[in-house]
Write a protein that binds this ligand. Structure first.
Ligand SMILES: Cc1ncc(COP(=O)(O)O)c(C=O)c1O
Length: 386
C-alpha cells in the first residue's frame, strides 16, 4: 500500500490530521467527483429522461453488487439502505416478537442498538438482558459473560461487532455459534466494521448484519447496506414497503407478495448520486484491499496504544489483546474532561478526534491513510496535556 499516494487522493488530509473516520470518513476526490458527475447529469439531462433513468438503474444495481462485495454475501441477501441504523430497524421491526422475548446486548452499546431494543420493550414487552463488559476483559471472560445471559426466552443476541466507544472487537463468530446453539438469532451492528475489517457473511454464519457507507468505506452519509441470511428473509416482514414487494407481473389479478426477496423492503426511490459515490468509494477501498486495511489500522492502533500507555496520567480504555482490537483507540487524560481534550487537540494541533460517553473517553479513529507521524503527533500532544 502506497500510503502517501493514497493520501494525495483525499484532499482534507493535507489540511488536518483526520482521526474521526469512526464518525464519518473523509471522501477521496474520486468519490466526490462521482457524486458531482451524477448531480450534474441529472441537472443537465433530466433525472428521469430515458438514458438517465437507465444509468440510474445501473448505478443502483451496481451499488447493491458493491455492498454484497463488502459483506461477502450473495446479492439476493443484500439491500442497499440509507445507513446502519435503518438496516437494524428493518430487522427488528419486521420480526414477530412476543411478550417476554429477550434480547442479549451489552453495556458498551451505541444508541442504535439500545434504543430500538427499548422500543421493542414498549411495543411488545421484549426484555433486554445487558451483559456488563469491561473493555479489558479477555475473550474467555467475554464469552462466559454472554453464556450466562442466555435463558429459555432468549430470541436474539444483538451487539456491535466493533464497539464504538472503546474499539473492542467482540468475538462475533463465537457469539454466533453460541446464539445458534441456544436456538437464538444473532444480529450485528457493523457501523465500525464495513471497509475496516474483512467480512464474510457466507463463512461467519451471522443472521443479520448492517453496515454504513460513510465511515470506513469513505462514502457519503445516506447509503448503507443490510444483509439477511437467505432462509431468514421470509421471517422478516416489511414494516415499510412499496411496489417492488410483489412478484412480477403485477396486475390487479396477480398481487403476490414476494416474501423471499430483499426487494420487499424497498419503500420507494433512492438517491442515485449518493449511490454513485458509494460505488466509487467501494471501488477505492476494494482496490486497497480490506485485508490490507485491517492489518494496517491494527498496527497504527497498537502503536498509538503503546505510546499512550507510557504517559503518566493517561489511561487507555481500548482492549490490550490484539484479537479484540481494531483501528479505534480510546483514552482518558487525568484531570481533563474528554470534551476539553478534543477541543485542545483541534484548536492547538488541528487533530480531529471525538469524545465518547460510555466509558467517558477521547476516541481516535485510525484508518489506512493515517501515518505513523500523525500517531506520534497525537501522542506528543496528549503527553503535553497530561
Ligand atoms: C456502533 C454504531 N452503530 C450505529 C451508528 C450509527 O450509524 P448510521 O448513521 O450509519 O446509522 C454508529 C455511528 O455513529 C455506530 O458507531
Amino acid at each position: 500500500m502506497d500510503v502517501m499516494q493514497l493520501r494525495a487522493e483525499i484532499p482534507v488530509l493535507s489540511r488536518m490530521t483526520y482521526m474521526n473516520t469512526g464518525w464519518s470518513g473523509p471522501p477521496p476526490r474520486s468519490v466526490a467527483e462521482a457524486l458531482k458527475t451524477r448531480v450534474d447529469l441529472e441537472m443537465e439531462e433530466g433525472a428521469a429522461s430515458p438514458a438517465v433513468q437507465e444509468s440510474g438503474r445501473e448505478i443502483r444495481g451496481n451499488a447493491r453488487v458493491a455492498a454484497a462485495g463488502l459483506l461477502n454475501a450473495s446479492i439476493d441477501e443484500v439491500l442497499v439502505t440509507r445507513n446502519t441504523t435503518e438496516g437494524l430497524n428493518i430487522v427488528l421491526s419486521g420480526l414477530d416478537w412476543k411478550p417476554g422475548d429477550e434480547i442479549i446486548t451489552c453495556n458498551l452499546e451505541h444508541g442504535s442498538v439500545i434504543v430500538p431494543i427499548v422500543m421493542l420493550g414498549e411495543r411488545y414487552g421484549v426484555k433486554p438482558r445487558v451483559v456488563t463488559l469491561d473493555p479489558h476483559d479477555s475473550r474467555e471472560t467475554i464469552l462466559q459473560k454472554f453464556e450466562e445471559a442466555f435463558t429459555p426466552s432468549t430470541r436474539m443476541v444483538f451487539v456491535s461487532h466493533i464497539e464504538y466507544s472503546t474499539g473492542m472487537r467482540l468475538p462475533a463468530e463465537d457469539l454466533c455459534r453460541m446464539a445458534h446453539a441456544h436456538g437464538a438469532l444473532i444480529m450485528l451492528d457493523g457501523a465500525q466494521t464495513g471497509g475496516h475489517i474483512q467480512l464474510d457473511m457466507a463463512g461467519q454464519g451471522f443472521d443479520f448484519y448492517s453496515i454504513p457507507g460513510q465511515k470506513w468505506v469513505l462514502g457519503y452519509e445516506g447509503v448503507g447496506a443490510l444483509y439477511i441470511k437467505r432462509e431468514l428473509i421470509p421471517e422478516v416482514h416489511p414494516a415499510h414497503t412499496g411496489g417492488r414487494a410483489l412478484v412480477p407481473p403485477v396486475t390487479p389479478d396477480h398481487l403476490e407478495p414476494n416474501i423471499n426477496s430483499m426487494d420487499k423492503f424497498v419503500g420507494g426511490s433512492s438517491s442515485a448520486p449518493l449511490q454513485a459515490a458509494f460505488l466509487e468509494a467501494s471501488r477505492f477501498i476494494g482496490e486497497i484491499g480490506v485485508e490490507n486495511i485491517e492489518t494496517r489500522n491494527l498496527g497504527l492502533a497498537e502503536g498509538l496504544k503503546a505510546q499512550l500507555r507510557q504517559i503518566p496520567g493517561v489511561s487507555v480504555l481500548s482492549p490490550e489483546d490484539t484479537e479484540l482490537s481494531a483501528g479505534l483507540v480510546s483514552f482518558a487524560v487525568a484531570g481533563w474532561e474528554p470534551k476539553s481534550v478534543v477541543e485542545n487537540l483541534w484548536n492547538n494541533h488541528r487533530i480531529v478526534v471525538r469524545q465518547v460517553p460510555h466509558p467517558a473517553a477521547v476516541r481516535a479513529s485510525l484508518h489506512f491513510f493515517n501515518t505513523e507521524d500523525e500517531v506520534n503527533q497525537l501522542a506528543e500532544a496528549v503527553k503535553a496535556l497530561a
